[in-house]
Design a protein around this ligand. Structure first.
Ligand code: ADP
Length: 139
């Protein structure tokens, strides 16, 4: 059993496809074990996207991620980290197959609907970053 972190990004909520995206994860056997809506601070985003902080497009990512509140979820299931990454498809929506979340709903590399942890180690760090103790449940 693994727990992974996803963020339904501002474009997901603007397009009104949060339910459709969540349906894919639930249909794949993943359970919601944590959920909150939040406005992400610049500080939190700088930490979360530290690997991109030096990129010329970083300010745009921050602006986009702060453009409206997001939904942050913890999802649990067998092999949850890899399973969710497979379901969302690659970062670049043009390379994402139809049937993946990004292949079906994303409209740019930046506006790609959903974040998901890319390794078990990063999932642990990201769950700690976005959830306080007691906010992820042992269902
Ligand atoms: P992923 O979200 O698939 O783990 P990264 O960690 O590389 O991918 O990038 C984080 C986010 O930054 C992406 O999901 C996307 O929103 C944005 N991003 C990444 N690369 C670019 C780019 N070349 N141009 C604009 N935005 C980008």
């Amino acid at each position: 059993m693994e727990t992974t972190l996803i963020i339904l990004k501002p474009d997901c909520l603007k397009k009104g496809v949060a339910g459709k995206v969540l349906d894919r994860f639930e249909t794949a056997g993943l359970a919601v074990v944590g959920c909150k809506m939040a406005e992400l601070s610049s500080e939190k985003l700088r930490e979360h996207y530290a690997h991109l902080a030096e990129k010329p497009f970083y300010p745009e990512i921050e602006q986009f991620m702060r453009s409206r509140p997001v939904i942050i979820m913890a999802l649990r299931g067998e092999g949850a980290v890899a399973k969710v990454r497979d379901l969302i498809g690659p970062t670049d929506y043009r390379k994402a197959a139809k049937g993946t979340v990004r292949g079906d709903f994303a409209t740019s590399i930046m506006e790609n609907i959903v974040h998901a942890s890319d390794s078990v180690e990063n999932a642990a760090a990201e769950l700690k970053r976005f959830f306080n103790p007691g906010e992820v449940f042992a269902l």
